[in-house]
Design a protein around this ligand. Structure first.
Ligand code: ADP
Ligand code: MG
Length: 599
């Protein structure tokens, strides 16, 4: 700031000096001007004085001439007209000259006046010059004063600036010293920092090496652990597979032990609606201590029947299904399975197979179990479930899942496997239990419709629900195909005995023939006959690949416990016994096949 101020002051002084110079110049100009003027005035004065002298000389000359002219004039007046003329001329000339003289006088006066004026003027000018000179002197004095002031201020400012800058300099010097001190102290710190930095760098390098090594080590360990794990997993999977295979084998053995063809008997409980007619006494009794026997009272005599299993009249749908469940499992494992409900109309076949809304039968329970099993196995197997449903009435096959219920044919599959197939049969892929419920409802509805169209009751036809389960082992890719046929057979009652004729008789004969054929087939299978008469009816023909070797069958024989149904009950039980006894021993083989359903 001081330096700045100093500079400003210096500038100001310079400016002042410049203005002083300018003023001095102006002064000298003014002086030269006044000198010139004075000189010019002197010159003019001189000229005028010269002129005045000239004029005075002339005047004097003229004055000297005057006496001559007067004389001439006088002479002319006296002497002659020529002289008179000359005289007048001279007079005129004289007049002219005197005029001239007066004008010259006039002029002289004017010039004198002019001289006086110019004297006045020059006097004025001299005054002015003096005033100017005074003013200039004053200005010079002022200027000198100003310069002095400025010089003083400059001195002061310079002094102040010097003192200030000295202080400042002192401060700066102090700062400089402290900085110098600090700077001298810095190199060792810097050196130690450098060494620290170098050591840190080496540490970081070491760390990254160490870190990389540790990561590699960890990776190795992890991959080793993973491979160990996968090895162990493979081992476990292998063990699991073996376990599953063993379980299947044991399951098979269990089913085998129970028999690949089993005959069960379900006795219908006495219901309120059955009690409005006669013959209400109960003639069929079960033994709670013996699950495989049942007794029928006929004409005062007790007759016992031995079957694979006899359900108590109060047996629940779930209890009945418990006996079927292993077959459902077998179906998922790739077996062909058939479940039949046999018995006279009203004995509870449909109840056992379909059940009611609140208490569903085998069909729904089997499918529910099927889907839950599939869900359980989903990590190892994937399954596709398809379903079809047909009705056989009077040896005619109809699709229960298509609305028009057109007639279907059973043909040999052209793929060369020798298996049968039904061209045009609707097969639906089922994805959930809810879906199958809808399909079952459709089949039931269609069966009722066809029944009315044909003016016949549904009890005169066989209803089949065929479920195919295709499984793929997710690990090996191997495939299995299981089939489950759930059959609600036509009523087994002997209509012809009541004297039926015409269509009714033909229908009865057809039913009789197909049930008989079924009995024959089962008997032949259980007796391990070489020839199985599948072709004797549509039903057995259609089911032949599910009834043949390696497949499993359950026949639920439904009977009424009431006296009024005694005849049919006995008939059904005899039928059951006939197919059941076959496997009991070699002696059973001797029992002849064929013959009527009942004597
Ligand atoms: P089917 O199909 O053999 O002609 P249904 O199954 O139609 O005989 O049975 C006739 C009636 O008896 C139906 O009303 C059914 O609900 C009833 N019924 C059959 N079995 C039982 C049972 N175990 N418990 C309760 N009611 C039954
Ligand atoms: Mg029925």
């Amino acid at each position: 700031m001081l330096i700045k101020e100093n500079e400003i002051l210096r500038g100001r002084v310079q400016q002042l000096e410049i203005s002083l110079q300018q003023r001095a110049e102006q002064l000298s100009q003014l002086e030269s001007k006044s000198e010139q003027r004075e000189w010019r005035r002197g010159e003019e004065l001189r000229q005028r004085e010269d002129r005045v002298r000239e004029l005075e000389l002339e005047l004097n000359k003229e004055r000297g001439k005057e006496p001559v002219v007067k004389y001439v004039t006088q002479t002319v007046e006296v002497e002659s007209p020529a002289t008179v003329r000359q005289l007048t001329k001279a007079r005129q000339r004289n007049e002219v000259l005197s005029e001239r003289l007066s004008s010259q006088n006039e002029r002289c006066k004017q010039l004198e006046e002019q001289i006086r004026k110019s004297d006045e003027y020059s006097c004025n000018l001299q005054h002015k010059i003096a005033a100017y000179e005074r003013e200039i002197g004053k200005l010079r004095e002022e200027l000198l004063k100003e310069i002095g002031h400025l010089e003083e201020r400059k001195e002061e400012a310079v002094k102040a600036a010097a003192s200030c800058s000295a202080e400042h300099f002192q401060n700066l010097q102090d700062q400089f010293f402290t900085l110098q001190k600090r700077l001298t102290a810095l190199p060792p710190t810097l050196r130690s920092m450098k060494t620290d930095y170098a050591s840190l760098r080496s540490q970081v390098r070491n760390f990254s090496e160490f870190y990389g090594a540790a990561i590699n080590e960890a990776k190795k360990q992890i991959s080793a652990a993973i491979s160990e794990m996968s090895e162990a997993n493979k081992d476990l999977l292998e063990k699991y597979r073996k376990e599953v295979a063993l379980r299947r084998k044991l399951h098979e053995q269990l089913v085998e032990l129970k028999g690949n063809i089993r005959v069960l008997c379900r006795v219908k409980p006495v219901l309120k609606e059955d009690q409005h007619e006669e013959g209400l006494s109960v003639v069929v009794t079960t033994d709670p201590n013996n699950e495989s026997s049942l007794t029928v009272m006929n004409k005062g005599k007790n007759r016992s029947f031995e079957l694979d299993k006899v359900f108590q009249p109060h047996a629940t749908q779930e209890e009945v299904f418990q006996e079927i469940e292993p077959l459902v499992t077998s179906c998922i494992d790739g077996y062909h399975v058939c479940i039949f409900a046999y018995g006279q109309t009203g004995s509870g076949k449909t109840y056992t197979m379909e059940g009611s809304v609140e208490n569903p039968g085998i069909n729904q329970r089997a499918l529910k179990h099927l889907f839950s099993e599939i869900e359980e196995r989903k990590d190892m197997w994937s399954y596709t479930v398809t379903v079809s449903s047909v009705e056989i009435y009077n040896e005619v096959l109809r699709d229960l899942l298509s609305k028009d219920g057109e007639k279907l044919d059973i043909k040999i599959n052209p793929d060369g496997t020798g298996q049968l197939h039904v061209p045009g049969l609707r097969v639906i892929e089922v994805r959930s239990f809810q879906h199958i419920k809808k399909i079952l409802a459709t089949a039931r509805r269609n069966r009722v419709t066809f029944g009315t169209q044909m003016n016949q009751h549904s009890s005169r036809s066989h209803a089949l629900l065929c479920i195919t389960v295709q499984g793929t082992d997710l690990a090996s890719g191997s495939k299995t195909t299981g089939k489950m046929n759930l059959v609600d057979l036509a009523g087994s009652e002997r209509v012809w005995k009541s004297g039926a004729e015409g269509e009714r008789l033909k229908e009865a004969q057809n039913i009789n023939r197909s049930l008989l054929a079924l009995g024959d087939v089962i008997q032949a299978l259980r007796g391990r006959h070489t020839h199985i008469p599948f072709r004797n009816s549509r039903l057995t023909y259609l089911l032949q690949d599910s009834l043949g070797k390696g497949s499993k069958t359950v026949m639920v024989v439904q009977v009424s416990a009431l006296e009024r149904n005694l005849g049919e009950t006995l008939c059904s039980l005899k039928f059951a016994q006939r197919v059941c006894k076959v496997e009991l021993g070699p002696a059973a083989r001797k029992i002849e096949s064929g013959g009527g359903l009942c004597d």
